[in-house]
Design a protein around this ligand. Structure first.
Ligand SMILES: Cc1ncc(COP(=O)(O)O)c(C=O)c1O
Length: 477
């Protein structure tokens, strides 16, 4: 790279950024490639480290590069390389009874083969989870605590684990204490308890469209009604549409996956989260915030939670360790604000308690920096897996395909040309031993017939590449 001439500081960083931008435009630096470190750019260009940093921040804000924890800066898959993203969704503003359980059961029963290429269920591969460390901790805890590990751990749950979760709340702008938290059996249990704490059968719940089918199934099982709200792939819930819905309906609660929504991958900007809390707070409507994917960000900082703006105790924050540590442990939690006593009682009345041993193991795992180190590796792995899947979609899927560009999590939401029927595609893919999740599962309105969700929870492999080639062929018809 050519040495940059002497300029005033603010022009200098723009010039450094301009050079790198040109290299990206000319294809010298390609999508997915690592760019020189801040230190080496500063040395090569004869500029200060802070100027080099400013240049990189400028490129990051333009969406041209991204920083990955402990790995440096990488060229993003820029717009011209990728198909466009799906448009803002447009669900009818009508509360609906939910009836998707049969479709979900059929899809997942058919996909449960041991030798399938799993692009369906949103599960992190055990190969990228800290299996050995968790197993070592299990043995140590059984040895050190003996009988205690066999006892009931009545709600609100293991005190040490609640304290460790509270300690992490500063990462999303919160200041929880152990007493604010109730341990649950996964995030699904937390959502179920929170819904029951704030609403009853027949009540209307507003949620994002599309949304995770497990949430829709819970609403169905509780006899509540779903009122779906428009979303965009980048910012999630559209607050103008939500305001309209709140003005014209009697709404009992809002349930939103604010960070890296499943399936959209959207992340609500901090300003929108603040407005959302204010908008609902004015009407005394509780917000159930599902933050299951918040830790799995690809950028340099963790997104904040809406809970950080909760002054009235109306936000019920829910999460779990299912996507980051061990789905099978079934350990989740909620910080349900002023509904805590109600949630705790409901927990006792339904499942009595969450298993003691997994709570103790996770509390121990969270003791030192090893959880953060593990998360850094996981974020890097998911980011690489998402990028590889995007490239494959670009290469093999039919003209007219659209795909989201999540900045966290590990799922992609893919819009196929209108004529493709996602349910049929799912069954044809299964014949080739490939699972995907068809779009209609993600709405109570029978929309998203030509959409599929691709899960990128597994390290990229020849088998996955071949499955993407096959899916592309099937989608082309
Ligand atoms: C948005 C969302 N919420 C909740 C769940 C369920 O989480 P858990 O396995 O912890 O119950 C999932 C699982 O995929 C999910 O995607």
């Amino acid at each position: 790279m050519q040495q940059i001439s002497t300029l005033t500081d603010d022009l200098l960083y723009q010039q450094v950024a301009g050079h790198i931008e040109q290299m990206i435009e000319k294809g010298v630096l390609r999508a997915g490639e690592k760019i020189p470190s801040v230190r080496s750019i500063s040395r090569q260009q004869g500029v200060s480290m802070s100027t080099a940093f400013q240049a990189y921040f400028l490129l990051e804000s333009k969406g041209l590069i991204e920083s990955r924890p402990r790995s440096g800066f990488f060229v993003r898959l820029v717009n011209k390389d990728l198909p466009p993203q799906p448009n803002r969704t447009n669900p009818p503003l009508i509360a609906k009874n939910v009836n998707i359980d049969e479709m979900v059961a059929e899809v997942f029963e058919a996909a449960r083969h041991p030798d399938i290429v799993a692009l369906g269920a949103a599960c992190p591969s055990p190969t990228i989870l800290p299996v050995n460390k968790l197993n070592r901790l299990t043995i140590a805890i059984i040895r050190d605590y003996g009988e205690r590990a066999l006892e009931y751990e009545f709600p609100p749950g293991n005190e040490l684990l609640r304290r460790r979760i509270a300690q992490r709340s500063f990462t999303w702008g919160g200041n929880l204490s152990a007493n604010d938290i109730v341990i649950t059996s996964g995030c699904m249990d937390a959502l179920n308890l929170c819904l029951r704490a704030v609403a009853k059968p027949g009540d209307t719940i507003v949620l994002e469209s599309p949304t995770y089918y497990g949430i829709l199934q819970t609403i169905q099982s509780l006899g509540m009604r779903a009122l779906e709200i428009a979303t965009t792939p980048n910012e999630g819930l559209c607050l103008d549409a939500l305001e309209k819905a709140l003005n014209n309906n009697e709404v009992k609660a809002c349930l939103a996956v604010t960070n890296f929504n499943n399936p959209l991958g959207s992340c609500m900007p901090t300003e929108n989260k603040k407005r959302l809390v204010e908008m609902l707070g004015k009407r005394n409507i509780p917000l159930i915030e599902d933050d299951l994917y918040g830790e799995l960000y690809f950028g340099s900082t963790r997104p904040q939670n809406a809970k950080a703006f909760d002054k009235k105790g109306l936000v019920l924050l829910c999460s779990s360790f299912s996507k980051s540590l061990a789905p099978g442990y079934r350990v989740g939690w909620t910080a349900p604000g002023k509904f805590k006593t109600k949630v705790e009682r409901l927990k006792s009345m339904t499942t009595i308690a969450t298993s003691s041993l997994p709570q103790m193991i996770i509390a121990e795992f969270l003791k030192d920096s090893s959880y953060e180190r593990h998360l850094n590796q996981l974020r890097k792995a998911f980011c690489e897996q998402i990028q590889a899947a995007m490239k494959a979609i670009c290469k093999y899927f039919p003209q007219g395909t659209k795909v989201t560009r999540p900045t966290g999590g590990f799922v992609l939401w893919v819009e196929l040309p209108k004529q493709v029927n996602a349910l049929e595609l799912h069954y044809r893919a299964l014949e080739k031993k490939i699972s995907i999740t068809p779009g209609p599962l993600f709405s109570a309105t029978r929309k998203y017939n030509n959409f599929i969700r691709i899960s990128c929870g597994n390290p990229w492999s020849k088998e996955i590449e071949a499955a993407m080639v096959e899916l592309g062929k099937l989608a082309k018809g």
